[in-house]
Design a binder for this molecule. Structure first.
Ligand SMILES: Cc1cc2nc3c(=O)[nH]c(=O)nc-3n(C[C@H](O)[C@H](O)[C@H](O)COP(=O)(O)O)c2cc1C
Length: 219
């Protein structure tokens, strides 16, 4: 796959085929992805790769927490202005593709819960880092390796969705995985073979016109 095609075609995949991903393939994806840049080559990333019964147990506990109304602080809920509008826009695109009406509470809940159970993907990658490195430079590095994973996955026919929803309840992840309190859990990546018939997988998210956020000097 050409690099330009991979970058152009990557999109979040929220519906997966019931087909497992081999440990070998996941290893290859991660091996490739860890060629990512990092500040001072610190490589702050650590991964927990989860599948099978363990993934099911985490998903079940996430859903139980969600249904019982366990709340957590979420700074990314506080979007304003243009950023809020973009969030609303992608939500509208996704709900539209799935045919979920604004007032359809049961279907909206169904959709919400899918995120908390990794969109029923056959595998998930939990990305975490040492808490001592939780400053902007190293968080940036986590983003770089995350993007690389998403791009590399495509070369193996895999789809991904980076997500915060599934790591909302850090206690759940720590219970099922050997991730100590000294580690900060950054995000999850649902990963698997995309279901071509899942409507939300056809959504192409919009991007701001480049000229609206770019300034050129000295040309
Ligand atoms: C750090 C991060 C967290 C995200 N969390 C979620 C999430 O919890 N649920 C979800 O459905 N998508 C999540 N996404 C996916 C974004 O919604 C998606 O990348 C964005 O809308 C652009 O769409 P695209 O990936 O298809 O280009 C997340 C993406 C990032 C980078």
């Amino acid at each position: 796959m050409e690099l330009i095609d991979a970058i152009q075609e990557r999109k979040s995949i929220r519906g997966y085929l019931d087909r497992s991903v081999s440990q070998r393939v996941l290893r290859d994806v991660l091996q490739l992805a860890t060629r990512a840049i990092s500040a001072e080559n610190a490589q702050p990333w650590e991964f927990a790769i989860v599948s099978g019964d363990v993934l099911k147990a985490i998903s079940d506990d996430n859903i139980e927490h969600l249904r019982s109304g366990v709340t957590v602080d979420s700074s990314y809920d506080q979007l304003d202005g243009i950023y809020r509008r973009r969030r609303v826009d992608i939500a509208k695109q996704l709900y539209g593709a799935m045919g979920i009406a604004r007032e359809d509470r049961p279907r909206r809940n169904w959709w919400l819960e899918r995120g908390y159970r990794f969109f029923d993907a056959p595998a998930a990658i939990i990305l975490y880092m040492d808490s001592s490195l939780d400053v902007s430079a190293y968080r940036f590095d986590m983003g770089c390796v995350t993007q690389n994973i998403c791009l590399a996955a495509q070369a193996y026919g895999l789809g991904t969705c980076v997500e915060y929803q599934a790591v909302t309840y850090q206690d759940v992840l720590r219970k099922h995985l050997a991730i100590p309190e000294s580690k900060y859990i950054v995000c999850a990546i649902a990963i698997g073979y995309p279901d071509p018939n899942f409507p939300a997988n056809h959504v192409v998210s919009t991007r701001e016109m480049l000229d609206n956020n770019t300034t050129w000097y000295g040309f």
